[in-house]
Design a protein around this ligand. Structure first.
Ligand SMILES: Nc1ncnc2c1ncn2[C@@H]1O[C@H](COP(=O)(O)OP(=O)(O)OP(=O)(O)O)[C@@H](O)[C@H]1O
Ligand SMILES: [Mg+2]
Length: 234
């Protein structure tokens, strides 16, 4: 579904991504692991088109999107849940969801699925209860669920999540884990995570970044054997 091949990125003279390659198989989840500041968010920003890449290529479902503008990548099938959630805090929960639905109204997942508000409310019942609330007043975990719901309504082929468990209470982390596992198949997932157990529970394949470079990659059931814990613990 996704193929990133040898991309490089620079902030000024600082070489942030070095020949990064990874793949997400159709209907599966790949996790990108790494400590703070190794370039995980930068990689996702390059993927969604918020930052340009120097060299290398990005293909989604066989289509080259390396130079495609950001908003056109949503049409191509990328759904993005940014780090820190970035919901619209002054809009209601429902209005936040409407923005996702509007952006993705002509899209469908690789399996031909179009998500409805009812699907999202079924997935995250708390959003239904709170749909008229101002989103900025929700807890961090509820805002994370809202950000995922908003991305689902864009009907992505690839759902991209940047540290969805960051600063979130354990009960909601478990809920998000179950949701991501159940979404696989309907769509493909690229997850950025620092929490080993969550990553292993959700992902099929993994990649570890150290200083902008892939230093380890494989199947998620090999993460323990390949010493991934030591590569991501601080
Ligand atoms: N806009 C920017 N300008 C210059 N340098 C930046 C910019 N954004 C990030 N960096 C630097 O690039 C490197 C990679 O940052 P990035 O945010 O991609 O890391 P990360 O792996 O997502 O970290 P975290 O786990 O803390 O979210 C860091 O050294 C960071 O300080
Ligand atoms: Mg980050």
């Amino acid at each position: 579904m996704l193929k990133i091949a040898g991309i490089n990125q620079f902030y000024g003279s600082s070489h942030t991504l070095r020949d990064v390659s990874l793949e997400v198989a159709q209907g599966a989840c790949t996790v990108v692991l790494g400590r703070n500041g190794v370039g995980k968010t930068t990689l996702l920003k390059c993927l969604v088109g918020l930052l340009p890449v120097k060299g290398g290529g990005i293909a989604l479902a066989g289509r080259d999107i390396t130079r495609t503008p950001c908003h056109k990548r949503v049409d191509a099938g990328l759904g993005y849940v940014p780090q820190g959630r970035e919901i619209f805090p002054l809009l209601t929960v429902e209005e936040n969801l409407q923005i996702g639905a509007y952006a993705g109204e002509r899209n469908q997942t690789a399996e031909g699925k179009q998500f409805s508000f009812d699907d999202v409310f079924h997935t995250f019942p708390v959003l239904k209860t709170m749909r008229r609330r101002i989103a900025g007043n929700l807890s961090g975990g509820q805002q994370q669920q809202l950000a995922i719901g908003r991305a689902l309504l864009t009907n992505p082929k690839l759902l991209i999540l940047d540290e969805p468990t960051e600063g979130i209470q354990p009960s909601i982390v478990m809920e998000i884990e179950a949701v991501l596992r159940s979404l696989k198949g309907t769509l493909s997932i690229l997850l950025v995570e620092q929490f080993f157990d969550f990553a292993q529970a959700v992902a099929d394949d993994y990649v570890v970044l150290v200083r902008g470079q892939v230093v380890s990659a494989g199947k998620s059931d090999q993460m323990e054997a390949n010493n991934v814990r030591s590569l991501i613990s601080v």
